[in-house]
Design a binder for this molecule. Structure first.
Ligand code: GLU
Length: 294
């Protein structure tokens, strides 16, 4: 990639617990994509779902990033402090009739795409009403830097989707799109479990007239049985392991095994090596590799 002064990357964990191996992979890869081109790497805490948050999780996340030598630029952005801005955009979409209030319960809708029951009903604001954006384009294609072209038919997957939750909280899609724009993020590097969310976010960017960042969705770390790693077990392991071992494993997973002579070096040395060695073409696209020793 051509070095750019304007590259802005980010890591955006939700404070639902300590970092696990999958989130370390996302933190490290987003850091290296930014730092290998002398870009900025920002940290955002996605604290918009208080019922799922764990006390102490923010501190644990910051501690682990510091221990791994992943130093962020600028101040940490807490999404909860951007509620007024999220709310203003939701209100504007309602006023322009791009969005509508919906009184259907999750139980009634189930896992199906939303069939548009409340479209056109013009429901009033009420504590039992969510807000949904009306999809106007069925098929959305996102070209991912690693996973290739990804097309999703929004009407067959989500239908009109929620932008303001019945719990009076912004939805993940609305908050992430607005805050990535606010931070000036030019590329989003995150786990491939979020690839299927990307067309909805892409659609919102189009609707709101926002620039699209580029996307790179990383492979998912699986255990030897081929299951997604359990957050709990792996978070514990990360807090206990020496930082250079964690970085070594994460780098190996990302296709950049540390040269044998460096493996016991402090994290600053490992990251200095990795910034130079980093080639996104070496990242495997397949969600498979179990953790291998670094
Ligand atoms: N906060 C989300 C999570 O921890 C990730 C958001 C994103 O990268 O877009 O799963």
């Amino acid at each position: 990639m051509v070095p750019s002064l304007h590259y802005v990357g980010r890591f955006a964990p939700s404070p639902t617990g300590a970092l696990h191996f999958g989130s370390v992979i996302a933190a490290l890869a987003s850091y290296l994509c930014a730092k290998s081109v002398d870009g900025e790497w920002l940290l955002r805490i996605d604290d918009i779902d208080p019922p799922r948050e764990q006390p102490g999780a923010v501190d644990a996340i910051l501690r682990t990033l510091e221990k791994l030598g992943l130093v962020w630029d600028r101040e940490v952005l807490y999404q909860s402090r951007r509620r007024n801005e999220h709310q203003a955009v939701c209100a504007e979409l309602l006023a322009r009739r791009y969005a509508y209030r919906c009184g259907c319960s999750r139980k009634v809708i189930g896992d199906r795409p939303y069939p548009g029951t409340c479209r056109g009903l013009n429901l009033a604001s009420a504590p039992t009403h969510a807000v949904r954006v009306q999809i106007s384009q069925e098929s959305v294609t996102v070209v991912d830097q690693l996973q290739g072209s990804f097309t999703q038919d929004l009407s067959a997957t989500s239908g009109d989707f929620v932008i303001w939750r019945v719990e009076d909280l912004p939805s993940y899609h609305l908050a992430t799109v607005l805050d990535d724009e606010f931070m000036g993020v030019t590329e989003i590097v995150r786990g491939a479990d979020l690839l299927e969310s990307t067309p909805r976010q892409y659609f919102l960017q189009m609707l709101l007239g926002l620039a699209h960042p580029t996307y790179l969705h990383l492979p998912i770390a699986l255990d030897p049985a081929g299951q997604k790693l359990s957050k709990q077990a792996v978070a514990e392991a990360i807090e206990e392991l020496p930082a250079s071992d964690v970085l070594g494993r994460a780098l190996a997973f990302l296709g950049h095994p540390i040269p044998p002579g460096l493996s016991k070096e402090p994290v600053t040395e490992l990251l200095a090596w990795a910034r130079i060695a980093w080639q996104r073409a070496k990242i495997p696209a397949i969600h498979a590799a179990p953790i291998s020793g670094g």
